[in-house]
Design a protein around this ligand. Structure first.
Ligand code: HEC
Ligand code: HEC
Length: 451
């Protein structure tokens, strides 16, 4: 995140010139902020262009991004539906149907959120997933923790999770699909080309089973993977990594900047309301939201337990059903698609160390990644459970010092009652409403022709 700090030094020059040494109101910047507060405000905006992701050499390749958009909108590779539509749950088809779930099915509309699945937008794809889908607009501003619990430490690697976990297929299924439907595009963009033995009529087609993955354990897909040669496993992994990199190249275009807050930090004093300015002062002061929601993406990319209850259908399973980060780290510890893994394009990149199995800090039980707050007014419902529907409800939750029941682990010591007045609660909401940036270009939100 260092990149933000460097870029941020420039904003607000016009405003700081106004500030003096003493603290009477006339000497405050814009009549609201002390010099010290202003320094903090400048760490939050304006939002710079995304930093280069050196782990993905295709990250800023426009042609790769075009293929990525197709792959994002294409439901063709998803497997058989387990929980079908019952007319109320927002399900995507009847039980057993295939080819019904795309990435777009859960990252919908202009802000790429799930407002289809019911209840709470906890996402229903092939089957129920127990968390709400976060917006993908500005997802590229996270540097190293993706998903609510950090399922991977690079964006392209995170893109490889859905296929094997919520879309009813696996890496071999994806690579076969790439061969069947996108062979020419793939081979024009990536090298080496897809192996010809992926053709089912090829004499050596048996080298590449339709379903095979190392996460398949002792099931048929796991055994099929073990039977493959190391070279063929590498071919599948490499093409699968490129699938994630193409999706990431597309996601890197889903950027929304120049929010009213950014314009304010750049010196346009009328860009946000007086209430929002008071809210901003609370955000970095009395309410101390920036203890966690820091930097220009409003996330420290650390994991905190705020005590969000497992409300909804899952609370019935067990109040401490979701271990949060405590379990999230297991997902990518041993796999090849992390930033320091075999298929990364820059293994020298700095990342938080991944604790060994059995060594994960118990304080991470029930802890979730601090959510970035850019465009948050557009991306309800809130929290990993999706059970809060308004920003006011969220601020009231913090005002009480966070949740009190039905969550795993112990609450972060930063969570304490805030004693906010009703006006102060409204001011914080007004501030968060200034974080909505310019819309993502419409062409990026449209289903590509032919799908
Ligand atoms: C069944 C619905 C569903 C489908 C299908 C789906 N996602 Fe998601 N997506 C989610 C949910 C839920 C999360 C949060 C998961 C978590 O962190 O526990 C998420 C998280 C993400 C994130 C991380 C966002 C962040 O804030 O860090 C990315 C990136 C992403 N998805 C991309 C994709 C791509 C690419 C595909 C298609 C290959 C896809 N998703 C398919 C529901 C879905
Ligand atoms: C101790 C760290 C911490 C502090 C302090 C904190 N947050 Fe959060 N915030 C988080 C975490 C972690 C999440 C995700 C929690 C979850 O889903 O379980 C979150 C989620 C949110 C969300 C929901 C975003 C979404 O898209 O679902 C909003 C809004 C929010 N915080 C606003 C605030 C405001 C306003 C304050 C100050 C009053 C604040 N936060 C203080 C860590 C913190």
């Amino acid at each position: 995140m260092q990149i933000f700090r460097r870029v941020l030094m420039v904003g607000f020059a016009a405003l700081t010139a106004v500030g003096g040494g003493c603290q009477d109101e006339s000497s405050l910047v814009d009549g609201v902020f002390t010099e010290a507060e202003m320094t903090t405000v400048r760490t939050l905006g304006p939002l710079p262009p995304p930093a280069v992701d050196t782990t993905n050499r295709y990250g800023d390749d426009a042609k790769v991004a075009q293929l990525g958009q197709r792959l994002f909108f294409d439901p063709g590779y998803s497997g058989a539906i387990v929980t079908g539509s019952d007319g109320k749950n927002g399900g995507l088809g009847a039980k057993g149907e295939t080819g019904k779930v795309s990435c777009r099915s859960c990252h919908l509309g202009d802000w790429m959120i799930d407002n289809r699945s019911q209840p709470n937008g906890t996402s229903l794809g092939i089957d129920w997933f127990f968390r709400n889908s976060p917006s993908l607009v500005n997802v590229t501003y996270y540097d190293e923790q993706f998903g609510w619990v950090g399922f991977n430490d690079d964006l392209w690697g995170k893109n490889l999770i859905p296929a094997e976990f919520v879309m009813g297929t696996d890496r071999s299924g994806i690579v076969h699909y790439l061969y069947k439907k996108y062979k020419a595009e793939y081979n024009a963009l990536f090298s080496p080309p897809l192996p010809d033995a992926l053709d089912p009529t090829h004499p050596e087609a048996a080298r590449f089973p339709m379903s095979a993955t190392p996460i398949g354990g002792t099931g048929p897909a796991g055994l099929a993977w073990k039977a493959m040669t190391a070279a063929d496993q590498d071919s599948i992994n490499r093409a699968y990594a490129n699938f994630g990199k193409a999706l990431a190249a597309y996601e890197r275009l889903l950027v929304s900047r120049n929010a009213p807050f950014d314009r304010y930090v750049s010196g346009e004093l009328s860009a946000i309301s007086t209430s929002a300015k008071r809210g901003l002062k609370l955000f970095i002061g009395k309410a101390a939201c920036n203890a966690c929601h820091s930097e220009a993406n409003f996330s420290d990319e650390k994991f905190h337990n705020t005590g969000v209850s497992q409300i909804g259908m899952y609370v019935l399973k067990a109040p401490d059903f979701d271990p949060g980060r405590f379990g999230g780290v297991d997902v990518y510890r041993d796999w090849d698609f992390k930033a320091q893994g075999a298929y990364s394009d820059d293994r020298s990149v700095k990342r938080d160390p991944i604790p060994a199995a059995g060594q994960v800090d118990v304080k991470l039980k029930g802890a979730f990644r601090t959510k970035g707050l850019r465009n948050v007014a557009m991306t309800a419902p809130y929290m990993h459970t999706g059970h809060m529907t308004t920003l006011k409800e969220v601020v009231e939750f913090y005002n009480q010092g966070g949740g009190t029941r039905d969550f795993a682990g112990g609450k972060d010591p930063l969570m304490k009652p805030l004693n906010l007045t009703a006006t102060e609660i409204d001011d914080l909401v007004a501030f968060m409403q200034t974080l909505t940036g310019q819309p993502v270009p419409a062409a990026l939100l449209q289903t590509p022709a032919g799908l």
